[in-house]
Design a protein around this ligand. Structure first.
Ligand code: FAD
Length: 376
């Protein structure tokens, strides 16, 4: 059901997206004393998490550490814990969406669901946010529309013959005995694990070798959860790993799918190959409002504001600073308070309550202090 959206009044802030980033930064705006804001989502709260394959679970663990001042790794708001709400260490996407609903309801977040944002323009110092019914106006805009709903569909000729892992409802429903998975980071290993558990044989290709990366940063190396899963007997027996193998093309021939490597080797299967090749990301929709970094991600100020459009902030996994990627919840949530403080300052609000975020390690405003690797 769509909540009513005021198209005449000028909001202090509009957030696009009610996923982990939108809900989390919304709760932080509340703590900053900002009242006149609105969250717009084309679907429901936590819609992307609801669309994960049903077997897929969080790789980052949840644990009720809040009582000793360490926020649950998957929490998006102070005083909350998915471990406590869901009684699960590695929740499924669907159950995590329930946690987000609880957070949204606890903080009484003003969310308009089923409200697709079609276009954004800055006109005379205001953001004009186009939805089906007209224009919503705001002084500030936080883009938190995520990545999951914008999977990569280009890059390898014949990719249209593959199923992106983001489009799989259940691995148990996939027909066939032999599968090819392209991509060996978290989603690819997850797909291979579930297929092998169901007795299927899997060949998994990656242009690198994420499972042997020397770094301790899970934005680059495979998570410990996935490493553990790779030791399961069904994984060891039924998954053939093909590292440092770049796929050149995918062809469909009669009922078969032919996957060719750059070295000219061909593999065939009767099931559509699974593509675990990541996401283009929603920021591409509004790329004209950002300058671009060399890697294509939006260039942001130290407050996560667009360097091209003042008043536009980015929250979520596309946030990048230097060589730091904030692609996990426990990373990008540290920037919610930075964004909320920047907006509160512009609105002349004291935002004193945000200081408590520092105690919880949820206020990373010194970007030089992050990026330390584990030494042992
Ligand atoms: C399989 C998988 C496993 C993962 N496991 C982990 C993990 O263990 N730990 C971890 O920290 N991270 C994990 N991640 C990453 C994590 O899911 C993302 O970082 C997170 O979903 C990003 O949250 P978000 O709010 O930015 O985006 P989303 O959750 O995608 O939310 C964006 C919201 O914006 C809405 N939206 C999109 N476009 C529009 C529009 N034009 N108008 C209006 N609304 C719009 C969508 O409906 C959606 O509700 C995983 C990701 C995947 C795919």
């Amino acid at each position: 059901m769509k909540n009513s959206v005021s198209k005449t009044s000028l909001h202090d802030v509009v957030i696009v997206g009610a996923g982990a980033a939108g809900v989390g930064v919304g709760a932080t705006l509340r703590h900053a004393g900002i009242e006149n804001f609105l969250i717009l989502d084309r679907s429901t709260v936590g819609a992307s998490f609801r669309s994960w394959p049903r077997e897929t679970r969080f790789i980052t663990p949840s644990f009720p550490t809040n009582s000793i001042g360490m926020l649950d790794l998957n929490a998006v708001a102070l005083g909350t814990s998915p471990a406590v709400s869901l009684r699960a260490e590695h929740p499924t996407g669907r159950s995590y969406a329930e946690y987000l609903e609880l957070v949204a309801s606890h903080f009484k977040l003003p969310i308009s669901t089923n409200t697709d944002v079609i276009n954004i323009e800055k006109v005379d110092g205001e953001f004009h946010i186009e939805i089906d019914e007209g224009i919503v106006r705001s002084k500030h805009l936080i883009w938190a529309a995520g990545e999951f709903q914008y999977p990569t569909t280009e890059g390898i000729p014949g990719l249209e013959h593959c199923s992106h892992t983001a489009t799989i409802d259940r691995y148990e429903e996939l027909e066939g005995e032999n599968f090819i998975v392209i991509g060996g980071y978290e989603s690819g290993i997850d797909a291979a694990y579930h297929l092998a558990e169901r007795g299927k044989h899997v060949q998994l290709f990656d242009s690198g070798c994420p499972w042997q990366s020397k770094t301790s940063d899970p934005s680059v190396a495979l998570s410990t959860y996935s490493m553990e899963r790779m030791k399961a007997p069904h994984f060891v027996d039924r998954v053939e790993l093909q590292p440092y193998t770049r796929i050149a093309a995918v062809l469909r021939k009669d009922k078969s799918y032919i996957v060719s490597t750059l070295d000219g080797i061909q593999y065939s299967t009767n099931s559509p190959p699974l593509f675990a090749g990541g996401f283009d990301g929603s920021h591409k929709l509004i790329e004209d409002l950002f300058e671009k970094r060399d890697d294509g991600f939006p260039l942001l100020s130290e407050k996560d504001e667009s360097t091209a459009t003042s008043g536009l902030f980015l929250c979520g996994p596309a946030v990048r600073h230097g060589n730091q990627s904030f692609c996990f919840i426990y990373k990008y949530r540290q920037r919610f308070a930075v964004v909320a403080k920047a907006i509160a300052d512009e609105l002349d609000l004291p935002a004193e309550n945000l200081e408590v975020y520092r105690m919880w390690g949820m206020y990373l405003d010194d970007l030089s202090c992050c990026g330390q690797e584990c030494v042992c």
